[in-house]
Structure formats: structure tokens, C-alpha cells
Design a protein around this ligand. Structure first.
Ligand code: DHB
Ligand code: FE
Length: 280
């Protein structure tokens, strides 16, 4: 049977991709961020997941504003990366697992989450920067990757509560897969940032730090916020944090905190890292 081995959260800031491409991890600006990934990599080395479900938002590469699914799941054999305009080098395609994806999507739809099914899907920085952060820049990735895209771009967006419930349905879907597989969930994006408009540049470390604590210990806290309230605290793109709730909903009610790291600013964003394990 498939088993959920844990959950990770990470920002997917495109300039992190460029920093990795230019080997700037020890640079004064970047070191405080990259130091936070050491324990994540050690944990991944130890646990060695077979499949990573990466919960991310497409930023206009695969879906444009004319057609944006609320929730979409990759069911392809492999996923090609491309750069939608940040100048990040293109990385090698990531192998998927069609059988696993079709099982999960079938179970999600039976649970009334009407996923858009993507048999072809290009993945942008929202997916690839986390892959690169977790596993380095590989010709052959040591893990299969499954994209789960959430609309955090074109309003109306799904609510924080809906994302949390999707995570719960995802848990049931994964745990009913009959083949053995160790599955890690990666919730990407956030924390506070706003890239345009009057409040462009706002970062709210107090809200970020409280959010991280609650994601671990009381994830329902964030489900009580409306999207407008989250954006008031965390900026318009800070709404990406709702994707962390998909990951968190798929874990047990109580979790073990393995690692936590926060650094701001990174580019325009408060960058939060968590590694969580199920507490049986
Ligand atoms: C930045 C953050 C994002 O989440 C993103 O998608 C693009 C840019 C930033 O902070 O620069
Ligand atoms: Fe983003």
C-alpha cells in the first residue's frame, strides 16, 4: 500500500532557481535561506520517498487567464519544464507515475473534488524550483513528481477550507493505492508577498510566523480566514499559502515537527520551510 511519509513546505520564488543555477548558495544574501534546506535534504535522504506530489500554482505557463482550472492533477508519463519569463534555466523533465495519478484522480473525483485531468502538462517555477531545492539539478530525478495545481491567480480562488478538505481527500486517495510507494507532499508558495499594486513589496513576518506555527499545531486556524483576509495580512500573492493546507490536510491531525526555518526577505517574499511527519 502507498504510505504518506510526510509533508514539506517551501517557497517557489523564481530567483531561488537563478541563485541555484549560478551557485550562489554561500553568497551573503542567499546563505540564510539555503542553510534552511540542509535538514530538509537530510530528511529526504533518510526517508527516500518514491513519489512527490507537488502542490503548486501555475503562473501562466500551462494555464493562461483564459482557462484556469481551480484544481488540476497531472496524469502524464513525464512533465516538461519551461520558463515563463524569469530567465531560469530549463531543467530536465520529471518522470510521473500515470497509474498512481489516475488512481488518485479517480478517488478525488469520487470524493466530489472534480479535478481537471492533465495528460500533458508543462511545469513552471512553482513546481521546478521546489524540485531543484529538494533534489538538486538532476538529469534523472531520484523521485517521481506529480503536479497538483491550485488556482491562486485568477479570482475567484478556492478557499483555505476547501484546500484543507482537498488534502483530507488526498490522504484517503493516496492511502488506498494498492502498490507500495512512499509518498511525500510538498506544499509550495507563500509566505507573505505582493508583486503588484499599491502594496507591492509588503511582507508580514509576524503573520508568517504565526501561520507556520498554526500549520503545524492548529491548521484549522487558517481555514477560518476568508481569502480577502489572508490577502490583507499576507499580500495578494501571499494567498499561495492556501496550498500549504492541501499538504497539511493529507497528514494526521497531530504531526511531528522535524524542521522549521523562516527567512525574510527573499526577493519579495517571506520564505518558510517546514518538514512534518505523521504522528500515528
Ligand atoms: C516571487 C515569489 C513568487 O511566489 C513568485 O511566483 C514569483 C516571484 C518573488 O518574491 O520574487
Ligand atoms: Fe508564486
Amino acid at each position: 500500500m502507498a504510505k504518506i511519509v510526510g509533508g514539506i513546505t517551501t517557497s517557489h520564488i523564481p530567483s531561488i532557481g537563478n541563485a541555484m543555477a549560478n551557485h550562489l548558495q554561500q553568497d551573503d544574501y542567499w546563505k540564510p535561506l539555503f542553510d534552511g534546506y540542509g535538514p530538509v535534504k537530510e530528511w529526504l535522504e533518510e526517508v527516500k520517498p518514491d513519489i512527490a506530489i507537488i502542490v503548486y500554482n501555475d503562473h501562466g505557463l500551462n494555464f493562461f487567464l483564459d482557462t484556469v482550472p481551480t484544481f488540476a492533477m497531472g496524469c502524464a508519463r513525464e512533465y516538461y519544464n519551461d520558463d515563463e519569463g524569469w530567465g531560469i534555466p530549463t531543467l530536465a523533465p520529471v518522470q510521473g507515475d500515470e497509474e498512481f495519478s489516475w488512481h488518485v484522480v479517480q478517488k478525488l473525483i469520487e470524493s466530489e473534488f472534480d479535478m481537471t485531468i492533465c495528460q500533458e502538462m508543462k511545469v513552471d517555477h512553482g513546481f521546478m524550483v521546489p524540485m531543484n531545492l529538494m533534489w538538486g539539478d538532476k538529469e534523472t530525478w531520484p523521485v517521481k513528481g506529480i503536479p497538483l495545481a491550485v488556482n491562486t491567480v485568477q479570482h475567484p480562488l478556492p478557499s483555505a477550507l476547501r484546500c484543507f478538505k482537498l488534502g483530507k481527500a488526498l490522504k484517503t486517495a493516496i492511502e488506498s493505492y494498492p502498490e507500495d510507494a512512499k509518498v511525500v507532499l510538498i506544499g509550495t508558495g507563500g509566505l507573505s508577498h505582493q508583486l503588484q499594486g499599491e502594496r507591492a513589496g509588503i511582507i508580514n513576518p509576524d503573520f508568517d510566523i504565526e501561520t507556520m506555527d498554526k500549520i503545524v499545531n492548529d491548521p484549522e486556524w487558517l481555514t477560518r480566514f476568508s481569502n480577502a483576509e489572508i490577502m490583507e495580512h499576507a499580500g495578494t500573492e501571499g494567498i499561495e499559502v492556501i496550498m500549504w493546507l492541501v499538504m497539511r490536510g493529507a497528514l494526521t491531525d497531530n504531526v511531528k515537527l522535524i524542521h522549521k526555518h523562516y527567512h525574510a526577505p527573499v526577493s519579495n517574499t517571506g520564505a518558510g520551510i517546514l518538514v512534518l511527519e505523521n504522528d500515528e
